[in-house]
Design a protein around this ligand. Structure first.
Ligand SMILES: Nc1ncnc2c1ncn2[C@@H]1O[C@H](COP(=O)(O)OP(=O)(O)O)[C@@H](O)[C@H]1O
Ligand SMILES: [Mg+2]
Length: 314
């Protein structure tokens, strides 16, 4: 997405126009300078400046987040951190490779390896063999200071809760691209027919990574639904589906509020996953990005950023 066209910027612009706030964008649109009277407030990237520096840093670090949540008894996906060997000059060397292999052996269903400070599902690999682990670690370390390893979990549902001071502003589930079998066409043929041309490059990139050729060529029975990938990232083709009032929304919002409280964050978007029927925190994002949701429900996105900006200027 081009920076200047972010719904985030549009939301700030609209808010400022209706609240008598002057606004100026700098640094190619990454920095917003807002002024009302003597008060100046800065926003940077997707950060409205409501979170403390330590809360922001913990949220950005998947392993640190998991450690805090575990210490507070909050159900979460464990993330073990391993530092790039290039950091050995500044960190005590860890003999990481042995520990990474031990983690893989402890998890017969495989592990997920990802940049410890990553976003948007980039360089998130599912691995089940040592050579796959080596390749994933090599790729991640080529451009990241650390990686995180988690047991691979069969995630039934992933829900995002946008929270402001423990109040859920928006709650939606992420529906992965999927096809429904007709008993005639293969998974690949159905995916080609069902995926709008503008989303094909995004959806197919992941699908080719995630599904082997036997799966792509298999013919699902009539009526059987198959997802086309295992990651729930909106940037990779998943669609936001708003959750109405009810138990799922309440349970996810409650768990997310506990997690936010544990790391001391005010404005965040928190991903909660359902595994074997139980909800766990997957990650906390301190930059609240709602571009995909904004394409479907812009008014909700404006209202959510507006509620956060009310706190800034109250
Ligand atoms: N341990 C895991 N088991 C199964 N799927 C996972 C696991 N960790 C992540 N995923 C999948 O990968 C996606 C991206 O992982 P996430 O930790 O959210 O990283 P990012 O910050 O890059 O979005 C998630 O939305 C989820 O669908
Ligand atoms: Mg994520």
């Amino acid at each position: 997405m081009l920076n200047g066209s972010r719904i985030f910027l549009e939301a700030i612009r609209k808010y400022c126009a209706t609240h008598g706030i002057q606004i100026e964008f700098r640094s190619a649109g990454w920095l917003a300078v807002m002024r009302r009277g003597a008060k100046q407030h800065l926003a940077f990237g997707y950060d409205l400046g409501l979170n403390s520096s330590v809360a922001h840093r913990i949220a950005n670090d998947k392993a640190a987040t998991a450690e805090v949540l575990q210490a507070c008894g909050i159900a979460c996906v464990p993330h073990a951190v391993f530092f790039n060997p290039q950091m050995n000059e500044v960190m005590r060397p860890q003999a990481s490779w042995k520990a990474m292999i031990a983690l893989l052996r402890e998890n017969p269903s495989g592990v997920v390896v990802k940049p410890n400070e990553g976003t948007s599902g980039n360089s998130v690999f599912k691995v089940s063999t040592e050579p796959e682990l080596e390749l994933a670690a090599h790729r991640i370390f080529s451009s990241n200071p650390s990686l995180a390893i988690s047991p691979w979990l069969d995630i039934q549902d992933e829900v995002r809760v946008v929270l402001m001071d423990h109040r859920p502003l928006v709650v939606y589930s992420k529906s992965r691209p999927a096809i429904v079998g007709d008993g005639v066409r293969s998974v690949l043929e159905l995916a080609l027919a069902d995926t709008p041309s503008e989303s094909r490059s995004t959806v197919f990139n992941d699908m080719i990574d995630d599904l082997d050729s036997a799966t792509l060529n298999s013919i699902p029975p009539r009526g059987e639904r198959r997802v086309l990938g295992w990651r729930h990232n909106l940037d990779k083709g998943a669609q936001p589906v708003l959750l109405g009032e009810g138990k799922i929304r309440d349970d996810c919002a409650e768990l997310a509020a506990q997690a936010a409280n544990a790391i001391g964050i005010r404005f965040s978007s928190i991903d909660v996953v359902k595994v074997n029927g139980a909800w766990k925190i997957l990650e906390i994002n301190s930059g609240v990005m709602m571009e995909a949701l904004g394409r479907l429900h812009p008014e909700l996105v404006y209202a959510a950023y507006g509620a956060a900006l009310d706190k800034v200027f109250e």
